[in-house]
Each structure stands twice: as structure tokens, then as C-alpha cells.
Write a protein of this length. Structure first.
Length: 77
């Protein structure tokens, strides 16, 4: 199981136009069958992880792009 922090690290300095574009990159980097965990949940699919991060303010708008990491909301442990 991959920690969600690795996805946030993958996203740093990058922008994704749509949730689908972000999911495609996650699946490319980690594989389509990979499950993820966070500090508060585990066994998440890539889609569930993105929804979790979005609900917890981990993403922010970036110009005309939809998804980039909100570094102020990333825990560091």
C-alpha cells in the first residue's frame, strides 16, 4: 500500500487540467491496482484518494488548471 504523500510529492510543481488527467498520471506512476493509505484512511483506490485529498483541501486552483498541490495543507511526518 502506497502512502498518499507519495502522490502529493509526485504532483509538486505540476498541474493537471482535470481529475481524469491526474488519475491517469497516478495510475501510470503507481499502477492501476495500487491501493493507497493516508494518515486517516487506508485501502483507497486512486479515485478515492483524489476525492479524499480534494475534500481535505490538499488541492488548489492553479490558473486555468484544476489540480495542483496546496503545500500549506500537506502534513510533514
Amino acid at each position: 500500500m502506497v502512502h498518499g504523500h507519495e502522490v502529493l510529492q509526485m504532483m509538486q510543481g505540476k498541474q493537471y487540467a482535470t481529475k481524469e488527467e491526474l488519475l491517469k498520471e497516478i495510475n501510470k506512476q503507481f499502477g492501476t491496482d495500487t491501493l493507497f493509505r493516508t494518515c486517516h484512511a487506508e485501502g483507497l483506490t486512486a479515485g478515492e484518494l483524489v476525492d479524499f485529498f480534494e475534500a481535505h483541501g490538499k488541492f488548489m486552483p492553479a490558473g486555468n488548471r484544476s489540480f495542483t498541490v496546496n503545500l500549506d495543507k500537506v502534513c510533514h511526518h
